[in-house]
Design a binder for this molecule. Structure first.
Ligand SMILES: Cc1ncc(COP(=O)(O)O)c(C=O)c1O
Length: 414
């Protein structure tokens, strides 16, 4: 492992990891849901509210100008982090969900019509599925859902068959929150562009965990959430190519997104402000900037390498549980740090509750991927998910706790 990557040192930056839960040290393995926050990010929020708090963009006083500088500099950090060439291609949203909805309402309703098609996959989070159901239904377009292979990777042959001249948009996750599969989004972008379609990448599970470069991927839209990458809740990003953003109508109307207003009409501000109506989430945007500083200092390659090591280790350990079905590819070069499992003998909620008694936080349920669960013939899984501060020791604790749980429920062998 890289010298700069010292997990014990990293853990000291996260105050919450000192907590005990039910008398045990917290093992936080619910990172796909939301990550914990380092002291730098927490302190950045305190600093903002103690020293800079003010509304942005419209003040001539010092605080407002300082707040505006910090806020716009955070936008620049996001832009650099994504390899974008212009900070104005970064639009603040509340999160990935709002970013996808922004594209649906501002771009989708204008550019997708009767007889057109939208391509998604069977592994999409509901936010990247129900949004396109709405567009398809209202516009009388077809929604094509690409199935998965036996080990829950994207069926690339079906994908190729689904992308034809009718397709206006391919909207696909970079990495699945539910089964961990990483999709070859660069190749998918190329296929979409060959037929003149646009591609939206749902980066909610990739941007926090691996290097993502929007120019290299040649994506038209990228959506992600700050809270899954050490930043506060309530801040997220839509990146889009400049010419596409310029061509889009605003999503919401209100202050700051207008240039000039008359009683009966208005003209729109330039990008990205055109899409940022009302007082924005200044503090949390600056907090996302601090989170990006923190991640960048560790290095996204190092973070990805650490998560691969943890996932390889966990997958190997889970081999001992014949009673469990573990989903997702075993090849960790195409898998994020996500470990979903299911036993026909113990309900996932029971597993989650017993693990909590031992201080281990995992998520149980359908993970906002009900159609995916249905395709697997189950209604829920238990899911452990890893991040920069997780350790091999925590995986050992997870494995021991599952072993106790299975023994407690006296499961038979398959
Ligand atoms: C793949 C994926 N897409 C979209 C979302 C939605 O993110 P948010 O709820 O932060 O808007 C999530 C959240 O779990 C996700 O995992």
């Amino acid at each position: 492992m890289s010298k700069v990557f010292d997990v014990n040192k990293i853990r000291q930056d996260f105050p919450i990891l000192d907590r005990t839960i039910n008398g045990n040290n917290l093992a936080y393995l619910d990172n796909a849901s939301s990550s914990q926050k380092p002291r730098d990010v927490i302190q950045c929020l305190v600093d903002y509210y103690e020293n800079y708090n003010s509304n942005v963009h419209r003040g001539v006083h010092t605080l407002s100008m300082e707040a505006t500088d910090l806020y716009e500099s955070a936008r620049g950090k996001v832009s650099n982090f994504l390899g974008a060439t212009d900070p104005n291609t970064v639009v603040w949203t509340r999160g990935a969900t709002e970013a996808i909805n922004l594209v649906a309402f501002s771009w989708g309703f204008k550019n997708i019509g009767a007889g057109d098609a939208i391509v998604v996959s069977q592994m999409e989070h509901h936010s990247n599925l129900v949004t396109w159901q709405l567009v398809a239904t209202r516009q009388k377009a077809e929604l094509r859902v690409v199935p998965l292979t036996e080990n829950q990777t994207l069926d690339m042959e079906s994908l190729a068959d689904s992308i034809d001249e009718k397709v206006k948009l391919v909207s696909i996750c970079h990495a699945s929150n539910s089964v961990g599969s990483i999709n070859p989004v660069k190749e998918i972008a190329r296929k979409a562009h060959e037929v003149g379609a646009k591609i939206l990448i749902d980066g909610a599970q990739s941007v926090p965990h691996m290097p993502v470069n929007v120019i290299d991927l040649d994506c038209d839209f990228l959506a992600f959430s700050g809270h899954k990458m050490l930043a506060p809740m309530g801040i997220g990003v839509l990146y889009a190519k400049q010419e596409i953003l310029e061509s889009m109508e605003p999503f919401m109307r209100g202050g700051d997104m207008v240039l000039e207003v008359w009683n009966d009409k208005a003209t729109w501000n330039s990008i990205p402000n055109k899409f940022e109506a009302g007082t924005p989430n200044v503090a949390d945007a600056i907090g996302l900037g601090a989170a990006i500083d923190y991640l960048t200092e560790i290095g996204m390659d190092n973070i990805r390498a650490h998560e691969i090591e943890l996932t390889d280790y966990a997958l190997q350990k889970f081999n001992q549980f014949e009673e469990l079905d573990v989903y997702g590819p075993t090849d960790t070069s195409i898998r994020g740090g996500i470990l979903p499992f299911h036993s026909e003998y113990v309900h996932p909620h029971d597993i989650g509750t017993i693990l909590d008694q031992e201080g281990i936080a995992i998520r149980t349920g359908h993970h906002c991927t009900m159609p995916l669960m249905r395709s697997l013939g189950i209604s829920a899984t238990a899911r452990a998910s890893f991040y920069i501060y997780n350790t091999f020791d925590e995986i050992d604790r997870l494995v021991d706790a599952i072993e106790h749980t299975l023994r407690y429920f006296s499961t038979g062998k398959k």
